[in-house]
Design a protein around this ligand. Structure first.
Ligand SMILES: C[S@@+](CC[C@H](N)C(=O)[O-])C[C@H]1O[C@@H](n2cnc3c(N)ncnc32)[C@H](O)[C@@H]1O
Length: 344
């Protein structure tokens, strides 16, 4: 069986035949992600996400439609003409913009997309040089966790982000001394919780997660002698949420559609102590969704893997306000994850 790297090398060799510029573009996206996330594309397959985005747009005929159209088109118009989902199309087009496969003009009516010279040249079927037929990209099937071993691997992958940028996230706002009891909802195996107690040694952190994740966290990630981190097993949609000063939702809302996010945030607001708050940690999209590339790519992954999406600061603020939170503050960390703080 071909290894990921063999396959990658083979893809790169084929791409080379079609144009150094395009190859450079994809290589740069791969390198950028490596620098930003610290992850090798072999682990995360960001390279495959880039290619997945490109080939999906190719196969749907996005580049052909834009080549034939007289001017730039809106996402809704493209979705309608190609018989595709409007929600999915917008994310796909934004990711193409991030990858510089499409250009975008932001007008008062919304975003209008157009081909770049390279995409008209290499990604249109009519020009006969299309890359589309070369490969069918496997869609991140390694994320489907089938065994405990796979789950541990996935959790190690999630955790590793926090050793790289956890401090920036937790230090983005001064969270002491008003917040003493912290509740990371869907806190996973505790990578961010460890950063919390390291930066705020007087805080106590209770990780709330599904029973099977809590079990894995206890067995493999948090040593029993670490008494400042405790666990609460539960389903945050069905079970009660314990009272706390600060709730942390890190990479949780991006798994869920707006109605579920609102349901969860409303529940958190009810349990939150007066004067307490909620800290949302996500990769924020620019307000006009023209970047950053990692948020655009993640939003495509969320489309394929979950019910959710990446959001803009305004979209997060609206959800928080609707749930009852106020004094909403947004901080871009300049790293992979940004933070939004709301108070009760
Ligand atoms: C993408 S992971 C993020 C984990 C952690 N916050 C981090 O950033 O490393 C989402 C987490 O939400 C948890 N989760 C999903 N549905 C849940 C539910 N209904 N109740 C509690 N936790 C849930 C998952 O088990 C998982 O640990």
């Amino acid at each position: 069986m071909q290894s990921v790297l063999d396959r990658e090398t083979e893809i790169e060799r084929c791409l080379l035949q079609f144009g150094h510029k395009l190859l450079d573009l994809i290589k740069r996206a791969k390198q950028a992600f490596r620098i930003v996330s610290g992850f090798d594309a072999q682990d995360f397959n960001c390279f495959f996400v880039c290619l997945f985005v490109m080939f999906t747009a190719c196969e749907l005929g996005v580049f052909d439609l834009l080549l034939e159209s007289e001017g730039p088109l809106s996402s809704d118009a493209i979705a309608e003409r190609l018989g595709a989902s409007t929600n999915g199309m917008e994310r796909l087009l934004d990711a193409c913009v991030g990858l510089k496969l499409l250009g975008v003009e932001i007008k008062s009516e919304g975003a209008f997309y157009r081909n770049t010279e390279l995409s008209s040249l290499y990604l249109t079927k009519s020009r006969g040089q299309t890359l589309c037929h070369l490969y069918k990209i496997p869609v991140l099937t390694h994320f489907a966790m089938k065994s405990e071993e796979e789950m541990i691997k996935f959790m190690q992958f999630l955790n590793a982000f926090w050793s790289i940028c956890g401090k920036d996230v937790i230090a983005a706002f001064d969270l002491s001394p008003s917040f003493m009891i912290w509740e990371p909802m869907g806190g996973g195996v505790g990578g961010l919780a460890k950063e919390c107690i390291s930066l705020y040694p007087n805080s106590t952190v209770t990780i709330y997660d599904l029973p099977k994740i809590v079990q894995v966290a206890k067995e493999h990630f948090i040593p029993p002698e670490e008494c400042r981190i405790t666990f609460h097993e539960g389903d945050f949609f069905k079970d009660p949420v314990p009272e706390a000063d600060l709730y942390i939702l890190a990479r949780v809302l991006h798994d869920w559609a707006d109605d579920k996010c609102l349901q969860l945030l409303t529940k958190v607001h009810k349990s939150c102590k007066p004067g307490g708050g909620v800290l949302i940690v996500e990769t924020l999209l620019n307000e006009d969704k023209t970047g950053p590339l990692e948020a655009q790519l993640f939003s495509v992954i969320m489309l394929v893997q979950t019910e959710g999406k990446e959001r803009t600061p305004t979209e997060h603020s609206k959800l928080l306000t609707a749930a009852g939170f106020r004094e909403i503050q947004v901080k871009k960390t300049g790293k992979f994850f940004d933070v939004v703080l709301g108070r009760k």
